[in-house]
Design a protein around this ligand. Structure first.
Ligand code: FES
Length: 100
């Protein structure tokens, strides 16, 4: 698990990009839950920084593919799966589980 920062770094219903282990990770905060996804759309590589988060999904700003924040799947385009990473909160510290 890698320290991705403090919970107060990511406003509620907001996002923040962090560099972890050589990757750009987008942290998303919705109510009490934090998510971590690759900051790159699996469709054509658009950064997800300007994505819209709604009802448990994150929508790519380029073509609007909607990915589950839980498992990265896209119902409309199942061939595209956004990489999501497990997140654990330790007090106010956001820990992200990145693969080796
Ligand atoms: S680049 Fe993200 S949906 Fe096309």
């Amino acid at each position: 698990m890698i320290n991705a920062g403090n919970t107060s770094d990511v406003p509620n219903f907001g996002k923040k990009v962090v560099s972890l282990g050589g990757r750009e990770i987008l942290l998303v905060h919705i109510k009490e839950t934090f998510y971590a996804v690759e900051n790159e759309c699996p469709h054509q590589g658009c950064p997800m920084t300007a994505a819209v988060v709604k009802e448990g999904t994150i929508s790519c700003p380029r073509h609007g593919y909607r990915f589950s924040l839980v498992d990265g799947t896209c119902r409309e385009h199942p061939e595209s799966v956004l990489t999501v990473f497990p997140v654990v909160l330790e007090g106010e510290t956001i820990l992200v589980d990145l693969p080796e």
